[in-house]
Design a protein around this ligand. Structure first.
Ligand code: NI
Length: 169
């Protein structure tokens, strides 16, 4: 089995579970947040939809500059509806899957750098960047979303095992 095949199986499983969680985000709670310092539910859902876009950046480029010299600071996006979040998620997952399906083990071992304002923050193998920025990052925020769902009395999906609302599928 190639690394790509192993990663594709894991990616499909995690993205299916992330979609299952995003499907539960209702339009009438998008402004809700559990604490003044927390992201709103709408921003959190948008972020989860954005994350798979990092796959193509990690697998097809050598670096990414968060704030290219001379650019304006990044403004976090907020999508206004459940439907738009799922559309963005599906588009980004399809692009990520296409990028992953075309990558060789040799390419996964190549170094990739994150920069800010032209200055290197870190350099890691592409494989590590994909795992951290796409898989681990999604799992982190999906768990956060699970707490948001619970606090709004919305059903928490069964993911790695049953939740208080659902048996494992
Ligand atoms: Ni994040």
């Amino acid at each position: 089995m190639t690394l790509r095949e192993a990663l594709l199986a894991e990616f499909d499983q995690e993205m299916a579970n992330t979609r299952k969680s995003l499907e539960r985000v209702p339009d009438d709670r998008l402004e809700w947040r559990p604490h003044p310092k927390s992201s709103s539910l709408g921003r959190l859902a948008t972020h989860l939809a954005e994350i798979p876009a990092w796959a193509a950046t990690a697998l097809e480029q050598d670096s990414f500059d968060l704030v290219p010299p001379g650019s304006a600071p990044h403004q976090p996006a907020f999508i206004g509806s459940h439907r738009e979040v799922l559309e963005l998620f599906d588009k980004n997952v399809a692009a990520a899957r296409a990028a992953l399906a075309g990558v060789s083990d040799e390419s996964l071992a190549k170094p990739w750098s994150l920069l800010s304002g032209g200055k290197t923050i870190f350099t890691l193998p592409r494989l590590s960047v994909f795992r951290n920025f796409v898989l681990n990052h999604s799992i982190h925020h999906r768990a956060q979303l699970g707490v948001y769902l619970r606090l709004n009395d919305l059903p928490v999906p069964a993911l790695y095992g049953p939740s208080a609302d659902e048996e494992s599928s």
